[in-house]
Unconditional design. Sequence first.
Length: 210
Amino acid sequence: MRHWPLFRLSVTTPRLQLRLPTLPELDELGDRAAEGVHEEGFMPFMVPWTATSPEQRARNTVAYHFKCWGESTAENWTASFVVVYNGMVIGTQELAARDFAVRREVVTGSWLGRRFQGKGFGTEMRRAVLHLAFEGLGAHWAVTSAFEDNRSSLGVTRKLGYREDGRDLSNREGKPVFTLRFRMSRENFKPEDGYAISGLEPCLPHLGAR
């Protein structure tokens, strides 16, 4: 698509490829959501989009990506990549920014299908978008947050070298819970071999990076 070059943007890692999905890949991501994203009785998301039927989770997933495509501008964008492993969509990794040209700050979010968790993919796909942000876009900061009892997300964040940046009291399904904030500077990001960006140059104006 000449007028939407973000569909040609990708990041590869030693095991994964991250890219905006084709329609069949988006359908497959919906299947991963329907199969399950987290254990019963625990809600890891600020917006409880998984608290519904498997069919509705799949539809919510597809609709969310359509929304991101339709609303993204250079001043306020969200790139929700599918994560592909051995030809299979296993989850999604998001990179977003508001007023990037001025703030040079990105925020991340992600989820994996349950059967692909615990294999190190979460760390690898987060590192991929940090590589894109710092090495490709010239970001100065990356921020993220998670509920204080979301051990898997917090484990990835701490492993990658973020610094704690405070806490907020949130409403999770009618109950108070602390959300922990984290921040990483460009100086604290440590690139690794095996990570590569493709198709970035024509995307820079769309991401407020030029």
